[in-house]
Design a protein around this ligand. Structure first.
Ligand code: DGT
Ligand code: CA
Ligand code: CA
Ligand code: ZN
Length: 563
């Protein structure tokens, strides 16, 4: 995570805590404003001479920022965080509970964490609060059950920056020769149980010491020569395993998993009278690296994303997975016209910086009032503005599009006349996400079959660890998408990752097109593409087979790209 993002998160959290504590709106807003400014900031805050140049950053915020840049900590934030019960912020993970409700539940029903919220729901304490309708309680109970069932797993997009920071820090410890992450993180799973780090070093003691003494560690659970386990302030667990350099490949293979992949691999070894474990493959030929071990077992190297024992052993060659460099366009992005934080030009600059040939501006349609969705008249003017920007920038093609709501009954939020003016229509479900599976299937089918729709955006609308989203019949949708040449989106935002890996695989097998998009609202969001790439790999989407999106001709030869 960048320093800008780290700091923005801190200011957002401060705003939330202040609101929970019932502080004035002025104080809350001041922090939110700083957070937003940091998110929008293009340059790295740590390289700025004078942070008061950032809009909204006054003297006192500047002091806090400086404190953080100098020490890696912000005293005021830590004091504020420690002034409320430790589990209170977790309560916000429950969909529909914002700071105001958290405050009410805390003050009036003794809710301090997820567990006490559960108790308050069960014993009727919440229902007895003023202005608390039966429907609201039902919704909270349902959302709470989802949070409870998702357990302690951390989103990939939250775990990855933490792991990278730890590795960057440990790489510099004296004696370390090799260090990398393994486990579900290396496989790019959507959520991570714990972070697994694997290292070789000439000084085990120094590495264990450095690892267990990191600033971010709240508790050391095990500290040995070859294995250490810690819990971080964020709640995540991190395992560090130290292995001999010569056994690194075997250990990396073992600790990357999945367990299911390992078991099948070991069985394959046994049928060849060989023995595979975390220390190596016996009898040993050339088994120092992962590649060599697979080769010794008569297999191609298997990309980490597909090591789930879901058919990967049938690969005759290493599949040629899509990489970040293959992506040359983004077809779902927002500007300040709706709820984005970039102008059309800023969006285009971000795309140019990433070497894209095409960017689509897809702001929200009219029903998304809270996201400042565009009424038809304003949309028409926006289209003109996009075309003007496109004409003035020769380095990139800017498509005029919209992210049009798929209304609960499957109709679209703009009439056909307006949709026909657009180069690209991304149709997405945003509301009524608790519909029955049947209703959801019919709703999405209608959009897939609509002749003016190109892409179905985040088809289920789920939010990882927060909202289950729609549960349509995926095979039905895939078949219809293939037939109608409508692409299904792989939304790369790490809160969404929607379609999910199993759906993507079904879409690939069913022959439908896929579009990996970032749904960017801020400059930093473009970097979420990496999580979409993991998902593309896990779904085995191969270049040329499905993603016609990335071939310039398909996008440039007509004003309405022919997918
Ligand atoms: P997670 O942390 O729940 O997201 O999932 P993983 O896959 O990271 O699992 P974890 O952290 O429990 O263990 C890391 C790797 O170690 C795992 O992917 C495969 C290997 N492993 C762990 N337990 C076993 C086991 O009982 N048998 C085998 N063959 N491998 C195991
Ligand atoms: Ca793990
Ligand atoms: Ca582990
Ligand atoms: Zn969007």
């Amino acid at each position: 995570m960048s320093t800008n993002t780290d700091l923005a998160n801190i200011f957002h959290t401060m705003a939330t805590i202040l609101e929970i504590k019932g502080e004035s709106g002025f104080k809350v807003n001041a922090n939110t404003k700083v957070a937003r400014a940091l998110e929008d900031l293009v340059e790295d805050v740590s390289s700025m001479e004078d942070v008061t140049k950032i809009p909204g950053v006054g003297k006192s915020s500047a002091t806090k920022i400086k404190n953080y840049l100098d020490t890696g900590k912000m005293v005021e934030f830590e004091e504020l965080r420690d002034s409320i019960p430790a589990g209170l912020l977790d309560v916000m993970r429950v969909q529909g509970i914002g700071p105001k409700k958290v405050r009410q539940f805390w003050q009036e029903a003794d809710v301090t964490d997820i567990e006490s919220l559960r108790a308050a729901v069960d014993d009727g304490r919440l229902a007895n609060l003023p202005r608390m309708g039966k429907k609201t309680i039902e919704n909270i109970a349902q959302a709470l059950a989802f949070v409870e069932s998702s357990g302690d797993r951390t989103r990939l997009g939250d775990a990855m920056p933490i792991a990278q920071e730890i590795i960057t820090f440990l790489e510099r410890v004296e004696g370390v020769t090799t260090i990398t992450f393994a486990g579900s993180l290396r496989r790019g799973k959507e959520t991570i149980g714990d972070i697994d780090i694997l290292a070789s070093t000439e000084n085990q003691e120094a590495l264990a010491q450095a690892f267990c003494n990191m600033d971010s560690v709240s508790m050391v659970q095990a500290k040995g020569e070859t294995k250490c386990s810690v819990r971080l302030n964020s709640g995540m667990q991190v395992d560090l395993r130290v292995v001999d350099e010569g056994q690194f490949g075997a250990a990396l293979l073992y600790f990357t998993g999945s367990k299911e992949h390992n078991i099948t691999l070991r069985e394959k070894a046994i049928t060849q009278d060989k023995k595979l474990n975390e220390y190596g493959l016996e009898p040993v030929n050339i088994s120092e690296t992962e590649e060599a071990i697979y080769q010794d077992l008569g297999l191609p190297w298997i990309p980490t994303e597909i090591r789930e024992d879901r058919g990967e052993f049938d690969c005759k060659r290493t599949p040629n997975l899509i990489t970040l460099q293959n992506i040359k366009s983004d077809l779902h992005c927002h500007t300040t016209a709706s709820d984005g934080h970039m102008s059309i030009e800023e969006l285009a600059m971000q795309a140019i910086a990433r070497g894209y040939h095409t960017i689509a501006v897809t702001d929200h349609s009219q029903s998304q009032a809270q996201a400042n969705g565009l009424k038809p008249d304003r949309m028409r003017m926006h289209i003109d503005a996009i075309r003007k920007a496109n004409a003035s920038m020769s380095e990139i093609t800017i498509l005029a599009g919209s992210e049009v709501d798929i209304l609960p009954d499957g109709t679209l939020d703009y009439d056909d006349e307006l949709l026909a003016l657009l180069d690209i229509v991304v149709a997405s479900p945003h509301a009524a996400l608790t519909q029955s599976p049947d209703q959801a299937t019919q709703r999405l089918l209608a959009a897939i079959e609509h002749p003016l729709v190109h892409i179905i955006g985040h088809p289920t609308g789920r939010i990882i660890n927060k909202r289950k989203g729609l549960e349509p019949d995926i095979p039905t949708l895939v078949a219809a998408a293939a037939k109608n040449n409508t692409a299904l989106e792989i939304n790369a935002n790490s809160y969404r990752l929607d379609l999910r890996d199993t759906h993507v695989r079904a879409a690939v097998n069913g022959g439908s097109l896929l579009a990996v998009n970032t749904d960017s609202h801020r400059p930093d969001d473009f970097n979420q593409l990496r999580y979409g790439i993991f998902l593309v790999g896990r779904g085995l989407v191969i270049p040329g087979k499905c993603i016609k999106f990335f071939i310039p001709d398909a996008l440039l030869n007509s004003s309405r790209p022919d997918f």
